[in-house]
Design a protein around this ligand. Structure first.
Ligand SMILES: Nc1nc2c(ncn2[C@@H]2O[C@H](COP(=O)(O)OP(=O)(O)OP(=O)(O)O)[C@@H](O)[C@H]2O)c(=O)[nH]1
Ligand SMILES: [Mg+2]
Length: 199
């Protein structure tokens, strides 16, 4: 009898972390979310409000919030920013007419004080379409090397019709949120230490 102090059998439970999925209407956010969750293509309707799904990654359970991308919904995006550990920004790679609009919305999100330093995974979606532009072209358009220089980020070609790219998307998301969580926790420890020294 008695309480075992051994740590060999203690499994750390996974934490639940919030990831935000944004992008213009019709970019393919819902279809991407459910490809990540179910590993299959599903039919979607425009998102009124939000969809929320839990996905189990290697180290973390992420709760992905997909918020509708129509103009009216975009005004609500900021309500979802707090405690976000990762941003998935979905771009319709074939919608060159709205690339500037997408870029403008993207900049507004990443420059918001609550989104400072949050890692970003950009899904260059609809790569199955012949009119799709490349990740390099999107990176140039969004000037990612400059706009995201304060954080970790990746841009990835995907198609939420064929499923191309989603295995890698989950691996990258896992790496991004794990790294960010570690940095957040060591920053918190440093702050606690400073507070203790000052008191
Ligand atoms: N060809 C192609 N069509 C796609 C792809 N992803 C999404 N679509 C289509 O694009 C349309 C919009 O997809 P959704 O996933 O609903 O878009 P959304 O970004 O969630 O849109 P909102 O919720 O309204 O903001 C649907 O007709 C999808 O079938 C893709 O990778 N390839
Ligand atoms: Mg949607």
């Amino acid at each position: 009898m008695g309480h075992s102090n051994s740590t060999c059998c203690v499994r750390k439970s996974k934490t639940n972390e919030r990831v935000l999925m944004l992008g213009l209407d019709d970019a393919g956010k819902s279809k991407s979310l459910y490809y990540m969750k179910l590993n299959q293509e599903i039919k979607t309707l425009p998102t009124l409000g939000f969809n929320v799904e839990q996905i189990e990654l290697d180290r973390t359970n992420v709760i992905i919030w997909e918020v509708g991308g129509h103009k009216k919904s975009r005004a609500q995006w900021h309500h979802y920013y707090s405690n976000t550990i990762g941003l998935i920004y979905v771009v319709d790679s074939s919608d060159t007419l709205r690339m500037e609009e997408s870029c403008k919305e993207f900049l507004a999100v990443i420059q918001h004080p609550e989104m400072q330093g949050v890692p970003v995974l950009i899904l260059a979606n609809k790569q199955d379409m012949s009119s799709a532009i490349s990740t390099a072209a999107i990176s140039d358009y969004f000037m990612l090397d400059t706009t995201l220089k304060d954080r970790n980020w990746f841009i990835l070609s995907v198609s939420s019709v064929s499923g191309f790219g989603f295995t890698e998307a989950l691996t990258l998301l896992n790496a991004l949120v794990t790294e960010f969580r570690k940095r957040k926790s060591s920053r918190r420890k440093r702050e606690e230490l400073t507070e203790m020294k000052q008191s």
